[in-house]
Design a protein around this ligand. Structure first.
Ligand code: GCB
Length: 667
């Protein structure tokens, strides 16, 4: 039988996708160490934060610095330098467009002293909280470490590279270029401009590709044989009265290699008052369990009167004959997570998320760690009554994870995969590596309650199925104690990834991107989309993004797009849908997009950036913030019986018997 032209075309078409489908689930290199640097009896920490020297490379010659050996001496001997703060994104520090939009490599260096005492009988480590996107590091002109992937820490031993009791130089080359095999993906192209040609970085994601040394740089010491890894997993008895902390410790060092059996660890748990509540001596495998009676579980904010309860786990590593080798202390929150196809529970109680999608973003410092901003953000989260946020669209600072633990804010922890498409082998390997590094870094945080393996991946594409099966199963193999999600934007009918997830999250902008301005086309659409996801996969569902761009101070009545009235109305129409959905137990949460306004690439749809913030970029509330606050506390009151603040409602009038709310007792 002869093939028709159309069936030949079909065969070729299928073949093309079958070939593209051949993505292998390869082993990837796993990260080591990376405990947050903490001082102890056996460890010293110092920071290299401050003002560094900085050079922007010529975009058309990004490898010039390597070829010319800029790392061999002070940068200023090769090129004129400018001062650059660390940590910070470099983009908005100067007034130059060429630096803001620079594509390719930049260089940093600085000098520092290392105490003479550090050269004796111990090891010294260099650790970066994050550099975006790729980093090459030299100490005194010798290569120290290379790392690819923004928003995640990396470290290396530098004992042999340092001069003790003398001056040292650290040089960093950072490359911000994103291509189709980086996480996230981007494109570099050469285009004509008025002077000839120029290089352009483009990307589909909706946030500015800030770059540089974004988080702190630390030097720290450890003993020769030291605690390299600690992993804890916690559990509670049926009635939450007894807690268990399962631990596993990995040691690095010669004492371990030469005589493994001679090592043991003594572990003690202290409560908030500093009273010891559990202790155990490990066997030589350094794996075991501690039991805490009358435990105070870790509870989310507003789910309990004492949220974010943390114990301190002290680990003392000994060699034979009671010789103390190393001491490391870790905060531990004791809690359980469990989920079914209809619910998600913490400590046996159903969770209803009241949260935000956020960004690490601020003017001038970009994505650079800023403790003042972080503290303000947590105060605002608590003021508004939120109990959760998603680290959209990349891992946030370790310092903010520690804050979330302390304040009882639940985190959906997202890896840097955004708008993922053109699924290919290199991308899969890097995507898995980003999750490995994320889980490794954050697995001990009680605040982390879910892993998000991607934001808005193109999951309608044929090969998304295999790709996300590999990514989800890999994440599960790293941590089976937390559910896995991804924020999906394709219609549920087209999606091919949801079946690999535990919880379905969906993003949708009714009355904004679809049916712009139509406030009468929100509520029913949200209800039916959420229901469609649940029907398709029979799993818990949450709405991970909804919102409207809002120009602070723009007031238009009746509500009109971009006005404060419009944002308020869009929220209210969603609340109505969420309340209808909440009656279905499988609907487990609502996340506004976004916590605060943030910078994006330049486009005619953005006025100075994305303005969907409930707070301005300067962290002041827009009108809708007050409405959201009333809802989040009302939900807290209904779902978790929390107390509500006295100033939640503004006094209006004493009209007893009517429905007018005039104080929080009316809730
Ligand atoms: C989305 C994206 C988010 C954008 C947002 C928007 O779906 O996940 O990164 O910022 O929409 O405002 O367009």
């Amino acid at each position: 039988m002869a093939f028709s032209l159309s069936s030949l075309f079909l065969v070729c078409y299928i073949l093309k996708f079958t070939l593209a489908l051949i993505i292998l689930n390869k082993e990837i290199e796993t990260s080591r160490g990376m405990l947050y640097p903490r001082e102890s009896e056996t460890r010293e920490v110092r920071t290299l934060d401050g003002i560094w020297n900085f050079v922007r490379s010529d975009e058309t010659n990004p490898t010039q610095g390597i070829r010319d050996g800029w790392f061999k001496d002070d940068l200023s001997k090769s090129m004129p330098t400018i001062p650059m703060p660390v940590p910070a994104s470099y983009n908005d520090i100067t007034t130059e467009q060429t630096l803001r939009d620079h594509v390719g490599t930049v260089w940093y260096d600085r000098k520092f002293f290392v105490p003479r005492s550090w050269g004796q009988d111990q090891r010294v480590w260099l650790r970066f909280g994050s550099v975006h996107y790729e980093a090459y590091v030299w100490i005194n002109g010798r290569s120290a470490v290379k790392h690819e992937m923004g928003h995640l820490p990396f470290e290396t031993e530098v004992t042999h590279l340092l001069k003790y009791g003398a001056e040292n130089r650290i040089t960093v080359m950072c490359d911000n270029a994103l291509i189709q095999t980086t996480v996230p993906q981007g494109k570099i192209s050469e285009v004509a401009n008025d002077e000839g040609v120029t290089i352009i970085q483009s990307y589909t994601f909706d946030f500015f590709n800030y770059a540089g040394i974004h988080r702190s740089v630390h030097l720290y010491t450890t003993p020769k044989t030291f605690i390299e890894e600690v992993e804890v997993k916690t559990n509670l008895s049926q009635n939450n009265s007894v807690g268990t902390v399962d631990y596993s410790i990995t040691v690095n060092g010669t004492a371990a290699n030469e005589a493994e059996n001679t090592l043991l660890a003594r572990l003690q748990i202290y409560n908030r008052e500093g009273v010891q509540v559990a202790n155990v001596t490990s066997d030589s495998k350094l794996v075991g369990s501690l039991q805490v009676d009358n435990v105070k579980p870790w509870w989310p904010y507003l789910m309990h009167s004492d949220p974010g309860y943390l114990y301190e786990l002290e680990i003392r590593l000994y060699a034979a004959k009671e010789q103390l080798l190393d001491v490391y202390r870790l905060k531990v929150g004791i809690r359980t997570l469990s989920w079914t196809n209809t619910t998600f529970l913490i400590n046996g109680k159903p969770i209803y998320f009241r949260g935000f999608g956020r960004h690490e973003d601020a003017d001038v410092r970009g994505r650079g760690l800023d403790n003042a901003l972080m503290a303000r953000d947590f105060n605002l989260l608590k003021w508004i009554g939120a109990n959760a946020y998603r680290t959209s669209h990349y891992p946030y600072s370790e310092e903010s994870m520690q804050f979330a633990d302390q304040h009882g804010i639940m985190i959906i922890d997202e890896c840097p995969s955004v708008d993922t498409e053109n699924f290919n082998q290199v991308l899969l390997d890097r995507h898995k590596s980003s999750l490995e590094q994320l889980v490794h870094r954050d697995r001990n945080h009680p605040s982390v309650v879910m892993w998000s393996i991607a934001n808005e991946p193109r999951t309608g594409q044929v090969n998304a199925d295999t790709y996300f099966q590999f990514v989800a199963n890999y994440t599960r193999s790293l941590d089976s104690t937390r559910p896995i999600t991804a924020a999906i934007a394709v219609p549920s009918n087209d999606d091919k990834a949801g079946r690999h997830l535990d919880i379905i999250s969906f993003n949708r902008y009714n009355a904004w991107y679809s049916n712009t301005g139509r406030l009468d086309m929100v509520t029913q659409r949200v209800i039916s989309e959420a229901t469609g996801w649940n029907k398709k996969y029979d799993k818990p569902v949450l709405m991970s993004e909804y919102g409207a761009d809002t120009l602070e101070g723009l007031h238009l009545q009746p509500a009109f797009v971009w006005s404060e009235e419009f944002q308020t109305e869009v929220f209210s129409r969603h609340f109505k849908a969420f309340d209808a959905l909440r009656r279905q137990k499988w609907f487990i949460g609502e996340f506004v997009w976004n916590f605060a306004d943030f910078k994006t690439a330049q486009t005619y749809t953005r006025v100075g950036g994305n303005k969907k913030g409930v707070f301005t970029r300067a962290r002041q509330p827009k009108a809708a913030a007050h409405l959201l606050r009333q809802r989040y506390f009302a939900l807290g009151r209904e779902v978790d019986q929390c107390n509500v603040p006295n100033d939640l409602f503004t006094y209006i009038a004493d009209v007893g018997g009517s429905n007018v709310k005039h104080d929080s007792a009316d809730l």
